[in-house]
Design a protein around this ligand. Structure first.
Ligand code: IFM
Length: 437
């Protein structure tokens, strides 16, 4: 495990965005005050969530948001990334909550950075249907018209890769489909939704628009050509499939031929220029040729029939989730993106980075964040244009299929009483931000 060296962190550029991230379904609760989402349907099915929990109450942020904004102000972040729940916006009066939240953030001097889709699709909609992309653009217009007088930075989608792979290919997340490669239209329709959302935002007068994509280096298990080929394929699925339509207006490796509709026309929409590109980074993945049996990553079963297998990254500390701690993977990823995409890559913002650990005296989290900030600074020094960094997450929250078992917060939440208690990492990050000025 990397440890906090105790040395002050290097200075980041003036104007750098310092924030924390959350998402609506994971913290808001008040499920009775919005329509159901695919996640409500999924969590109601026995066995879907490891601890059998739901997000009906979550952190009750819906009612406790003033306390949470006060925590943000005390932390000293200049930005807060949250998500706007589509099924809440679609419910009568639902947008009023975000109106209040944005007002509270502005009054506290914290810049609101909403994500317009973070996986909680309204129940009844389906990303296999092309029309869902158009419906999303309508949702975006409604939100931008209401909040656009105070919101000056926007995110279209969160991690369409995970929503496709976990939710539609492997069945581990909502809506629980196990379509394997037949899930590819879900990727295309989300990407189309992203492009339509960029257009809808700009039509509503919004500027400063990005996407939050999850990325990580893919390391071949060995120099064996079969391992190298499998790792290349995985890299295409996780990284290139979601970056290249957006940045280059093209699908990698002939994948466009497998997508539905008029793909060439759709790619012109998907490639609407972005003001910045959001990267969620957690860890690299070590990938080898198929083993003929299922493999596992952080508790996720990878079926034997896929053309790759996930291998252990040896010699690394693991978070409570079982994810390896590899800070230099962030430098490698960012430098690799710069080399791969050159001037097609807009400025980068790290829209998520964090780890799950138990405990209030969370020295492992401090060490993790410290090491990742140094790795991020190394990328800056290597010439990568990075404009911001958001920790995942402000609060311990509902970690999807893991329920409440994984704690990613700088602030501990007692899930019985909902009491918030800042952890050692909250005080550490506050001091980092003070030192950065
Ligand atoms: O909690 C999630 C978040 O919703 C999306 N990115 C990864 C986080 C940790 O798993």
């Amino acid at each position: 495990m990397a440890t906090d060296t105790g040395d002050p962190l290097p200075r980041f550029p003036a104007g750098f965005l310092w924030g924390v991230s959350t998402s609506a379904h994971q913290i808001e609760g008040a499920a009775e005050l919005r329509g159901p989402s695919v996640w409500d349907v999924f969590t109601a099915e026995p066995g879907r969530v490891k601890d059998g929990s739901t997000a009906a109450v979550a952190c009750d942020h819906y009612h406790r948001y003033p306390e949470d904004v006060a925590l943000l102000a005390g932390l000293g972040v200049n930005a807060y990334r949250f998500s706007v729940s589509w099924p809440r916006v679609a419910s009568p009066g639902g947008l009023d909550f975000y109106d209040r939240l944005v007002d509270e953030l502005c009054a506290a001097g914290v810049r609101p950075v909403p994500t317009l889709f973070h996986w909680e699709l309204p129940a009844g909609l389906d990303w296999l249907e092309r029309d869902t992309a158009a419906r999303f653009a309508d949702h975006v217009t409604v939100v931008a018209d209401r909040l656009g007088d105070r919101v000056t930075k926007w995110i279209t989608l969160n991690e369409p890769a995970e929503h496709t792979l976990l939710g539609h290919a492997l069945g581990a997340h909502a809506p629980g489909r196990r379509l394997l490669f037949d899930a590819l239209p879900v990727a295309h329709h989300q990407l189309l939704a992203h492009g339509l959302a960029v257009r809808a935002l700009r039509a509503a007068g919004a500027r400063d628009i990005g996407i939050a994509n999850s990325h990580g280096p893919t390391w071949p298990a060995s120099a064996d050509p079969d391992d190298v080929a499998a790792a290349g394929f995985y890299d295409t699925l996780l990284n290139r499939l979601f970056a290249e339509p957006v940045l280059l207006g093209a699908y990698p490796d002939g994948l466009g031929e497998l997508m539905p509709g008029d793909v060439a026309a759709d790619l012109r929409v998907i490639a609407e220029p972005l003001d910045w590109y959001g990267v969620n980074y957690y860890a690299p993945t070590r990938v080898g040729a198929p083993l003929g049996t299922r493999s596992e990553f952080g508790g996720l079963a990878i079926p034997a029939e896929l053309p790759f297998s996930i291998r252990e990254i040896e010699g690394r500390a693991l978070t409570d989730f079982g994810w390896p701690v590899v800070p230099e993977g962030l430098t490698e990823l960012l430098c690799g993106f710069r080399d791969r995409y050159g001037d097609r890559l807009p400025p980068i913002v790290i829209t998520e980075n964090g780890c799950s650990y138990e405990g209030l005296d969370d020295q492992e989290r401090i060490a993790y964040l410290d090491a990742h900030l140094r790795a991020l600074h190394a990328a800056l020094e290597a010439g990568v244009d990075v404009r911001g960094y958001f920790v995942w997450s402000l609060l311990d929250n509902f970690e999807w299929a893991e329920g409440y078992a994984r704690r990613f917060g700088l602030v501990h939440v007692d899930h019985d009483t909902l009491e918030r208690t800042p952890k050692a990492s909250y005080r550490w990050f506050r001091d980092v931000l003070r030192a950065q000025g």
